[in-house]
Design a protein around this ligand. Structure first.
Ligand SMILES: [Zn+2]
Length: 284
């Protein structure tokens, strides 16, 4: 969608005209940074324009008009403007649709939502609208519960790969295209090739690993299910771990390294006893 659809007014200045364009869109905060003395710079995923960056002036003042709407994961209806030729939007008004405050009040929920926000940030381009990604993001943030946190991350990752054009190749060899046959219980999976590979091609890919066909079935199921149905999936601890390893080995090859939040989760699981307060800012 072209972001000039709501082109606005013209403002005069001594050295010429500056064209200001005004916008209105639902958007979810992926992360925020401090900027200047009292401002916040937000990375947002909006329904109309995809990922955008916007400044919330005065957002760090005690009596800021923004409240929780500039906090990570909050879903707002935003009014913005942008000067022609500039990348950064300025927020002029906002109405909170869903604060998602529960995701900021519990470390487990915070880490889960941070992972999802970081993934969306890493896998999307600015000003490239995919309303279906916005809707799925909104849906998963509302669906996170203590019982389904890990499943939410797995299902969301698989579905985001699909929507972003990084679908795993699971019905044929990702290298030569030969249709897969289920002769054995296991099949080789190549993170570099982005899917399963045939016996002939695996000779050229020493990093390919043996995985159960059952995991291929799970990934196919995740691609086709609604995020709101994650509670209906039964996954053992071992299945969750192995599926996570498969999916993240692929992400590692294709989105330039490991997600900060995923690294944090792995280290945290190793030493679950203590969470240093400085580590809580894993991503957002
Ligand atoms: Zn092959």
């Amino acid at each position: 969608m072209n972001p000039v659809e709501t082109a606005g007014c013209f403002t005069g200045r001594n050295d010429g005209l500056i064209i200001m364009r005004f916008f209105k869109t639902p958007a979810i905060v992926l992360r925020h940074y401090n900027s200047g003395e009292a401002d916040k710079l937000l990375v947002l995923y909006s329904i109309k324009y995809g990922k955008i960056k916007a400044i919330a002036k005065g957002a760090r003042k005690t009596r800021s008009k923004y409240g929780s709407s500039v906090e990570p994961f909050s879903h707002n209806e935003l009014m913005l403007y942008k000067k022609e030729g500039k990348e950064l939007y300025t927020i002029t008004g906002c109405n909170t649709v869903q604060s998602h405050s529960n995701l900021r009040e519990d470390i487990n929920f915070f880490v889960t939502a941070s992972y999802i926000a970081e993934l969306v940030d890493k896998m999307t381009e600015e000003n490239d609208a995919h309303p279906e990604i916005f809707l799925m993001l909104d849906e998963v943030l509302s669906a996170i519960t203590e019982a389904c946190r890990e499943k939410a991350m797995l299902v969301f990752t698989v579905k985001l790969l699909l929507l972003s054009g990084y679908k795993l190749c699971l019905d044929r060899c990702a290298c030569c295209g030969m249709i897969a046959k289920r002769v054995l219980e296991r099949v080789k999976f190549s993170p570099v090739q982005g899917g399963i590979i045939c016996p002939k091609c695996q000779l050229r890919d020493l990093d390919a690993k043996n995985i159960l066909w059952q995991y291929v079935d799970y990934i196919n199921k995740f691609e086709n299910m609604a995020v709101s149905k994650i509670d209906s999936i039964e996954l053992s601890l071992l299945h969750k771990k192995e599926l996570s390893d498969i999916i993240h080995s692929y992400l590692f090859c294709h989105i330039s390294g490991e997600l900060k939040t995923n690294k944090f989760i792995r280290q945290w699981q190793k030493n679950k006893a203590v969470v240093p307060s400085s580590s809580i800012s894993v991503y957002t």
